[in-house]
Structure formats: C-alpha cells, structure tokens
Ligand binder design. Structure first.
Ligand SMILES: [Cu+2]
Length: 138
C-alpha cells in the first residue's frame, strides 16, 4: 500500500509540473505576441511622425502653387487649399502618385503621398495651359 501511495504521489507531482510547464509556455507566447504588436504600432507611429508637410493652393483667381518646389524623397502630408469652385489641384508623378481635388469643391483636403526622386506635375485640369507647375524631388 505504501509503495502504491508513493507512486500515485509521484505521478500527481509529474502531472502538476507538466501542467505548470504548459501554462508557463502559453503565457510566454502571449507575451511575445503582445510585444510584437506593440513594436509594429510604434513603427507605424514613427512613419506617420516623419511625414513632412507640403502645401498646395489653387484659386481663387487663376493661380496654382505649392509652398516648396524642391523637396527630398519621402512621405508627405499634402494639404491642398482649394479656394475656387472652377479650379482643382491635381498632382501626378513617379510611383503612381495621382491625387486631385474636385473642380466644383472648395475647402481643404489632405493626402498622404510617397514622393520618389523625379519630377511631379501639378495642374488645374480645366485650365492646364495657364495653371500648372512642378515639384522637383531628389
Ligand atoms: Cu483652373
């Protein structure tokens, strides 16, 4: 009887240790996942934080312009002030950048654009002949 009790106690102890071990592993895995997620969030925040500001203006007369015509490659928060319902601000260039405000719309609109080395063109589509300009990125 004594031997059987010892065997049972040892068996229970082994099961308890195994269960505890599994529990610890699971907790460790959860912690790792949480850490990875937090790291990803931090990176995203950092990217947003490094976006530079670029401002475009169109109207109210036949004027279209940007506040910087020569910038370094990178992520930009392009804020367009559209001051007329007969003009738009349309930016196109390398990397598939193609953003525009509506001709009929007025107001401020923001776009996040990734500017690569090269020449970007901005234009008012209805008056492209007299309302256009370029941004040199390099
Ligand atoms: Cu126009």
């Amino acid at each position: 009887m004594t031997t059987l009790r010892i065997v049972l106690i040892v068996a229970l102890a082994v099961f308890a240790l195994a269960a505890a071990g599994c529990g610890s592993d699971d907790e460790g895995a959860v912690d790792d996942t949480t850490t990875l997620t937090e790291t990803t969030d931090t990176d995203t925040t950092t990217d947003t934080g490094t976006a530079s500001a670029l401002k475009g203006t169109v109207g109210p007369d036949f004027d279209i312009s940007v506040d910087q015509t020569s910038v370094a490659p990178g992520s930009y928060e392009l804020e367009i002030e559209d001051l007329s319902d007969i003009h738009n601000f349309h930016l196109t260039g390398p990397g598939g950048v193609d953003v525009t405000t509506d001709v009929a719309a007025e107001g401020t609109e923001s776009f996040t654009v990734e500017l690569e080395a090269g020449t970007y063109n901005f234009v008012c589509d209805p008056h492209a002949g007299q309302m256009s300009g370029t941004i040199e990125v390099g």
